[in-house]
Write a protein that binds this ligand. Structure first.
Ligand code: EPZ
Length: 429
């Protein structure tokens, strides 16, 4: 829900004072799709470690609107999926949620039709859905492009498996058609598939429940279509959020005295850890944690090029830029995935960073520069978190507005940061 809370942060002015442990929560971009996958089940789905974030509340609203029963106890969700009332994804709710687009796959595959608006979500680029429309047509659906919504109808009431090629390795595209393939007739192949761990985690769970998905974590995924799945006796444990973990590790590299980020798999963050080591950051990497302890040497500038998994995650690009403002020399950022994901640098410049946007994909950052607290407005989820990191290391006070963006993807961010020594308060205006 849109609220106008704000975060007030008193900065550390470069001091390394953060200490303690930050346990990582379940991944937003895994939980949202696992919830949507409930539409593939004849009976029920049991999910645990679901993060308490606004996007999950919205996805639950969308599912309930479709007729799914949802019971929640803390981070445990039980979905009753035996009765789907209709096939129209609520435009009001989905307007804010890019992940809502993944509902189209299972809904069309299960009911033979789906109506959905152009999905909303973070303004980090055009966010087209041409891959979805093109590939649903390949699976035999007719696509009617209305003024406010798309209406898709599966030929003969059932999607047909097809050989699909993605011009770009789309995360939600891969997830949507993996789910559609589970109920389609015959075999579906997804070529140039995304390999994100969240996709592997979802696909493995679906296989546990009767799906036949091969090639998870590779560029080619093959799905044999079959009947509705059964979730009886199965549990989906939400994979830890590697993007949240990475954001906290960057914070430790910037201001940690003895900070441990726990309850996640560091092997899923190899690209970030490799870059931080290259800059000179000393870290203790454990089986399910990373610890940043003691003073760090002078950190050196880096070249960061975002890339589909296992390359450097685009969702860590903005937090990493805050780190780069404190490294010695000229860093270079090449954001290859989105064309609107560098604008936050203007706000970092207002705080004292020396950044130069070359074009919609590339920028330079010269460091180190001290940052000074400012009033800033989160433009999206990940840039909002980057502003929080900048405010923590800056001198003076930073007020971050529009934090509903941050609440979409980070559970209780203020309370969790305050626990490790950040002077941060949430003000409900
Ligand atoms: C997912 O977005 C994530 N969102 C994003 O996280 C993440 O940044 C992104 O993947 C890349 O890792 C969710 O999972 C809900 P894409 P998605 O399709 O699937 C182009 C966050 O902060 N494209 O992988 O929408 C697209 O424009 C969010 O949690 C088309 O051209 O991204 C982009 O350039 C932000 N046509 C590229 O593909 C299409 O039909 C990759 O985007 C679809 C995508």
């Amino acid at each position: 829900m849109e609220h106008n809370d704000k975060l007030v942060i008193e900065g550390l002015a470069g001091r390394r004072e953060l200490a303690g442990r930050i346990p990582v929560k379940g991944a937003k971009n895994a939980a949202l799709k696992a919830l949507a996958a409930g539409l593939l089940f004849r009976d029920s789905v049991h999910l645990t470690k679901v993060p308490e974030i606004d996007d999950v509340s919205r996805m639950v609203e969308l599912l309930e609107d479709l007729g799914v029963g949802v019971e929640r106890d803390g981070d445990v969700y039980q979905l009753q999926t035996d009765k789907i009332k209709h096939s129209s994804i609520c435009p009001k709710i989905s307007a804010h949620l890019r992940a809502s687009v993944v509902l189209a796959g299972p809904l069309l595959a299960r009911t033979g039709r789906v109506t959905f608006p152009h999905p909303g979500g973070c303004v980090i680029g055009k966010r087209p859905i041409d891959f979805f429309l093109e590939n649903f047509a390949k699976m035999g659906a007719t696509v009617k492009n209305g003024d406010a919504a798309y209406e898709l109808i599966a030929g003969g009431g059932k999607l047909k498996g097809a050989d699909l090629f993605f011009r770009l390795a789309s995360v939600t595209g891969t997830e949507t058609f993996m789910m559609a393939g589970v109920l389609a007739e015959g075999e579906t192949i997804i070529r140039n598939a995304a390999m994100e761990p969240e996709i592997v985690s979802l696909g493995e769970f679906l296989n546990q429940c009767g799906a036949q998905i091969a090639g998870l974590g590779t560029p080619t995924i093959t799905i044999q279509g079959g009947e509705l799945l059964t979730g009886a006796g199965q549990t989906y444990e939400t994979i830890a959020d590697r993007i949240e973990a990475g954001s906290f590790i960057i914070l430790g590299a910037l201001a940690g005295r003895d900070l441990t980020v726990t309850d996640f798999d560091p092997s899923l963050l190899e690209s970030l850890l490799h870059s931080l080591r290259l800059a000179g950051v000393q870290m203790e990497v454990g089986v399910d944690s990373v610890r940043i302890v003691g003073a760090q040497p002078a950190l050196t500038a880096l070249e960061i090029k975002t890339h589909e998994y296992p390359g450097f995650p685009t969702d860590l690009q903005a937090p990493m830029a805050v780190f780069l403002t404190q490294t010695v020399g000229q860093s270079y950022i090449f954001e290859t995935i989105f064309e609107g994901r560098l604008n936050y640098l203007e706000t970092l410049e207002r705080m004292g960073a020396k950044a130069r946007i070359i074009d919609v994909h590339r920028a330079f950052i010269d460091g180190p520069t001290p940052l000074a607290g400012k009033e800033v407005e989160s433009p999206d989820l990940r840039a909002g978190l980057a502003y929080v990191l900048a405010g923590i290391i800056a001198s003076g006070r930073t007020v971050v507005h529009n934090i509903h963006y941050i609440d979409r993807g980070y559970e209780s961010i203020d309370q969790r940061l305050a626990k490790v020594g950040v002077n941060i308060k949430r003000i409900n205006r």
